[in-house]
Design a protein around this ligand. Structure first.
Ligand code: 2P0
Length: 334
């Protein structure tokens, strides 16, 4: 039996809210090295497996909440006022509603994403993390970091990880209310660690992650092998981070991503997020690796690649992927 989001949040709110007049918060986007794929509770976004990510420094979402003088709530995305029935505005206001109690003072929520649109990155992780942090500040909730991460997770699972910078582990947890399903920052830095965002194809995906993972859990027999693999991969990736072993980290992350995609492909109807250009780029990564460059790939629920490598190989990788010059190379620890 699932508990509702509202029930969970209400337990942690002060009796009387004391809203300020303005709050603003930033949260980074993140790329999972060990992926989250599959939910044990759809209402609360509780995952079947734990996951581990790297946050993208200053690429992410900046969200502000201010008191409004007009009689209704308003939502802006990238400086554009949205209509109240747009999908984004509805999601934002439904989330905000969880934290408001009986307060009816209208607010203006403004979100700006500085994630390069060319990178093909989802913004729901950084968006819900920034919104949660801004809500905490605006209503003076003084929530703990664990609580902030767990609440961000209720907006979007991967948002639990975007509360933090650096390497972040999201423990799947086991409690019914999900309050132990929150992320933690790993206390390891890795100067020279790089993520290259390689956009190979454009276009809206037809099936979003939320629907895609549900379809996989319900229809792919191969999914049965996924939770255990993910748990094993997470342990290996943590060890690789501690040892700064790029080969071990890269091959485990790449294998993890492709195994996740295998479960998607084994769903019905099939889920294939790759485009021909994605496959061509994968082959280029593998050729480059065969020529001695330590480069690995990971992919999410879309056609684009994220490259994992170290600064020492940067020029050879830029030469092999001139497209990288157009998008961002993220150096989380430098
Ligand atoms: C991840 N993805 O670990 C995985 C890998 C996509 C592929 O987290 O339904 O937008 O909001 O919890 O967080 C994307 O899924 O899904 C995601 P919901 P979310 O990064």
């Amino acid at each position: 039996m699932s508990i509702s989001k509202q029930e969970v949040v209400s337990r942690y709110l002060p009796e009387v809210l004391q809203p300020g007049t303005r709050a603003e918060a930033f949260a980074p986007s993140n790329i999972a090295l060990c992926k989250y794929w599959g939910k044990r509770d759809v209402e609360l976004n509780l995952p079947i497996n734990s996951s581990l990510s790297i946050s993208l420094g200053d690429l992410g979402s900046l969200t502000s909440i201010t008191e409004s003088e007009i009689g209704v709530d308003q939502v802006y995305l990238n400086d554009e006022a949205l209509s109240a029935d747009s999908r984004f505005a509805k999601k934002v206001l439904a989330f905000l509603e969880l934290f408001r109690r009986e307060l009816r003072q209208p607010v203006i929520v403004r979100t700006t994403n500085n994630i390069p649109t060319a990178a093909g990155l989802a913004s729901s992780a950084s968006g819900f993390a920034a919104l949660t942090l801004a809500i905490n500040d605006f209503y003076g909730l003084e929530l703990s970091d664990n609580c902030l991460s767990a609440f961000a997770r209720m907006g979007s699972g991967s948002a639990s990880r975007s509360i933090y910078q650096g390497f972040v582990e999201w423990n799947k947890g086991s409690s019914v209310d999900g309050m132990d399903s929150c992320a933690q920052q790993l206390d390891y830095k890795w100067p020279g660690f790089r993520i290259g965002l390689l956009k190979v194809a454009i276009g809206e995906k037809k099936v979003d992650s939320r629907a895609g993972m549900q379809r996989t859990v319900e229809s792919a027999a191969l999914y049965g092998a996924w939770p255990q693999q993910a748990e094993n991969d997470l342990v290996t990736i943590k060890r690789a981070i501690v040892d700064r072993d790029l080969q071990l980290l890269g091959q485990t992350a790449e294998h993890n991503a492709l195994s996740m995609h295998a479960t998607m492909i084994a769903s019905w109807p099939p889920l294939l997020y790759w485009q021909p250009e994605s496959v061509a780029a994968m082959h280029r990564v593998w050729e480059l690796r065969e020529s001695g460059v330590s480069i690995y790939l990971t992919m999410d629920a879309g056609p684009n690649l994220k490259l994992i490598y170290q600064q020492a190989d940067e020029s050879r990788i830029r030469d092999a992927f001139p497209e990288l010059l157009d998008v961002d190379i993220v150096a989380p620890f430098d």
